[in-house]
Design a protein around this ligand. Structure first.
Ligand code: SAH
Ligand code: F3S
Length: 481
């Protein structure tokens, strides 16, 4: 359960594995959201064409790239610490070049070059195709910066190099940017306006993954339910599209259906859903196709109507409950998870109690919970005082986490005695005699290996559980193999 207490999904890092054959060595690591991990695969693909192999050894690198996260101050501090480490290595290997990618690059722009002397290259999330030119600049002894945000760029034409892959699960990005302007959030500033990727290129990627042996994909975007393809262009310009474009537009429910039917045995997940954009037809499409997993990540941030309004979330507590009721009605077994923020400016004890009571109503499977961190340039930073003392934020956060632990255990207990389909992903971290995979609800299941292998769909009888994990034994292959 440390996953939810720690910096978790937005703060994890991963060093990408080695791919060999080219001449220069690239060390690339990613911090933050799944989109950053997915983007690093795009970057590795662009640089593979430029003669770069990836290496897992920082000491061997000719080029070090760090894909950064700005979501909370702590995420930025983590990256700053990594830069110190690169600095130490550069003293031994002075030829090593260092580039910063992602949200911190976009937020700080050329200021990065002044603040961190080690940095040679600053590249925002929409400028990765320019990396070959920027690296050439750096090779000539100049610093290079490109932080231009794009109206078009979706990297739809780039086939990502699958790095650090288990060969079973993969991310497929479908939208970029976000138009929602939640007042606490830096993402609309660092990732630009919302645009969707051509469904044709998405389906081609899904088919290609299936042909390579992958069994599960996660469609990625800041706000996937807002997906809208009408031939290209920004989401906000849809109104100006022609009648023909409007009539043939593809929304998220349709995209889900296209993916589910293109590969009927491929498990399909998606993240993240914003409550205001999640429509009934998405839930109905999930119910219609067995290969779309019964799991929705549905961040709410707060249970108080007043705070939701201050956050510029476009729905009320009551509308959220209505959505939850619809999900429970149409998809009775669907797991739901949350993101929650404690201590947003002006939050009272009463507002906090509203958050706890909302959680009581939903009883989420799990959650990602954070103390409010003021981000430069956001509306909340400009208009509101960060007035909740740290100890109060922390205390409220702990109460939220404690309650989530209780609900998580309640939810995992509901699986006891059932037989559930699990896709095997990897060896269990705790035992080399056990496999680890997930059921459709996204809960981790571990069980003895027997003769099964990674990538198998197995029926597992659930015998025991913790707050985060189900423990069971295989009873045979599932029909999906
Ligand atoms: N739609 C995005 C949200 C990205 S931010 C997605 O794909 O997940 C992820 C989570 O970080 C948010 O849901 C929110 O709970 C948290 N978060 C964002 N800005 C924050 C801030 N300033 N302080 C604390 N938590 C924040
Ligand atoms: Fe951020 Fe809200 Fe978009 S949390 S990513 S502005 S939906």
């Amino acid at each position: 359960m440390e996953k939810i207490i720690d910096e978790n999904k937005q703060g994890e890092s991963l060093i990408l594995e080695a791919k060999e054959g080219n001449s220069r060595k690239l060390f690339i690591e990613s911090y933050g959201c799944q989109m950053n991990f997915s983007d690093s695969e795009i970057v590795a693909s662009i640089l593979a064409n430029e003669g770069f192999d990836t290496t897992q050894n920082l000491e061997d690198a000719d080029l070090v790239l760090v894909n950064t996260c700005s979501i909370r101050d702590k995420a930025e501090q983590t990256v700053r610490k990594r830069l110190e480490k690169y600095n130490a290595v550069k003293r031994i290997n002075p030829k090593m070049k260092v580039g910063v990618l992602g949200c911190m690059a976009e937020r700080l722009k050329s200021k990065f070059l002044e603040e961190e002397k080690i940095v040679d290259l600053v590249v925002g999330p929409d400028a990765y195709k320019d990396l070959p030119n920027l690296i050439a600049e750096v090779d000539d002894g100049r610093n290079a910066v490109n932080v231009i945000l794009s109206k078009e760029e979706t990297y739809g034409d780039i086939s990502p190099v699958r790095l650090n892959s288990n060969g079973v699960t993969a991310f497929v990005s479908i939208t970029r940017g976000c138009d929602n302007m939640c007042t606490f959030c830096v993402v609309p500033f660092t990732r630009g306006r919302e645009r969707s990727r051509d469904p044709q290129s998405i389906i081609e990627e899904v088919n290609d993954l299936w042909n390579k042996g992958f069994k599960e994909i996660t469609l990625l975007g800041q706000n996937v339910d807002s997906y809208l393809w009408y031939g290209g262009g920004l989401k906000k310009d849809f109104e100006k599209a022609s009648d023909m474009q409007k009539a043939t537009a593809v929304n998220f429910a349709k995209l889900l259906e296209l993916c589910a039917t293109a590969q009927p045995k491929m498990r399909i997940r998606f993240s993240t859903s914003n409550p205001q954009d999640m429509t009934l037809d998405v839930i109905e499409t999930m119910a219609k196709y067995q290969n779309i997993c019964d799991y929705i990540h549905l961040p709410v941030q707060s249970g108080s109507n007043r705070i939701l309004k201050e956050m510029n979330r476009q729905h009320t507590r009551e509308e959220y409950f209505e959505l939850i009721d619809n999900i429970r009605h149409i998809l009775p077994d669907c797991a739901i998870s949350q993101d929650m923020i404690s201590g947003f400016p002006t939050e009272t004890e009463e507002d906090h109690q509203d958050t706890l009571s909302l959680m009581e109503y939903v009883k989420y499977e799990f959650g990602f919970m954070f103390a409010y961190s003021e981000r430069p340039g956001t509306l909340a930073e400009r208009k509101m005082e960060d007035d909740i003392p740290n100890d109060v934020k922390k205390r409220r956060l702990n109460e939220i986490i404690q309650l989530q632990q209780k609900h998580s255990l309640y939810r995992t207990q509901q699986h006891l005695g059932k037989v559930e389909e699990v896709l095997i992903e990897k060896e269990s971290k705790k035992s080399d005699k056990h496999w680890s995979g997930r059921n459709t609800q996204n809960t981790v299941v571990v069980f003895p290996k027997e003769n099964y292998k990674v990538g198998d769909f197995v029926n597992v009888k659930i015998n025991d559980c913790t707050t985060a994990t189900l423990i069971g034994e295989a009873v045979g292959y599932s029909d999906n193999n």
